[in-house]
Design a protein around this ligand. Structure first.
Ligand SMILES: Nc1ncnc2c1ncn2[C@@H]1O[C@H](COP(=O)(O)OP(=O)(O)OP(=O)(O)O)[C@@H](O)[C@H]1O
Ligand SMILES: [Mg+2]
Length: 247
């Protein structure tokens, strides 16, 4: 069994709640295809890159309309004197080395890349790729795993066949406990709750990090005024005071 607490930089996995608890459980149980979805700035990509990877560096694909199939599996590049060399792409490298492949913002991938992802993320036994120069057949290493991330809330917007390759989808709606340890102590509780409550006014980890940094030299009022609209700045500062009054 993987002991995620070490890679999560937390004392005890039982501290985890909600989607983070589910992620720890499924990775501990050996799941190798997971979708993490939900609001921005909760630590989905960070978790996908680092958790349960046993220290083997992960490969990351950031899907945009401009990402091409060559960026996924590889392409020929000129190496001078009319010669060409095959540059292996992150997906095949990850297959070969048995590392984690992180497919970020998967909903933004173009049709071609989505089709290729069906092959790259296919279940063991079905997945294979032929090297264009050696014709060697490459299949995924036993330790290969994929985590896809997205901000879409309705996973039915993903192609059915891609979704089917990922039976486990976990909604992450709060910051990871380890991520808030980078913040000054008075910000940790609010950051963990995504303070200011409702979904529309959730404050992402990135905003908390920026607030913490700016306030060191500019003071809390000025930092809040630079990061939020007027009313939200006041509400944010008030909620910070209130949350730190609580025992
Ligand atoms: N466990 C963690 N430890 C330290 N820093 C973290 C942790 N989790 C997240 N962070 C930091 O928080 C910020 C946001 O994390 P991340 O990019 O993973 O969010 P996300 O949920 O993928 O956001 P988006 O949906 O916008 O892509 C990053 O700066 C990241 O380095
Ligand atoms: Mg992300």
């Amino acid at each position: 069994m993987l002991h995620l607490a070490d890679s999560l930089h937390i004392e005890d996995e039982t501290e985890l709640q909600g989607g983070w608890r589910d992620l720890a459980d499924v990775l501990n149980a050996g799941a190798d295809r997971v979708i993490l979805y939900g609001p921005p700035g909760t630590g989905k990509t960070y978790a996908a890159l680092h958790y349960g990877t046993l220290g083997v560096p992960s490969e990351r694909l950031i899907c945009t309309e401009d990402l091409t199939t060559a960026d996924v599996t590889g392409c020929w590049i000129p190496v001078g004197e009319g010669r060409w060399s095959w540059l292996e792409g992150p997906a095949i490298r990850s297959w070969r080395l048995g590392s984690r492949l992180v497919v970020d913002e998967v909903d933004r991938a173009s049709g071609d890349v989505l089709s290729l992802l069906l092959a790259v993320t296919d279940t063991d036994g079905s997945a294979q790729w032929r090297h264009p120069s050696t014709a060697d057949v490459v299949t995924p290493h036993d330790d290969f795993s994929v985590i896809m991330t997205t901000n879409i809330e309705r996973l039915s917007e993903l192609p059915v066949a891609l979704r089917d390759r990922f039976p486990i989808a976990i909604r992450i709606d709060r910051a990871h406990p380890a991520s808030v340890m980078r913040l000054s102590s008075d910000l940790r509780g609010p950051a963990l709750n995504g303070s200011l409550g409702d979904e529309d006014r959730r404050i992402s980890l990135r905003t908390f990090y920026a607030f913490d940094q700016l306030r060191r030299s500019l003071g809390a009022q000025r930092a809040a005024s630079l990061l939020f609209a007027e009313q939200q700045a006041t509400a944010f500062l008030d909620s910070l005071v209130i949350s730190n009054l609580r025992p």
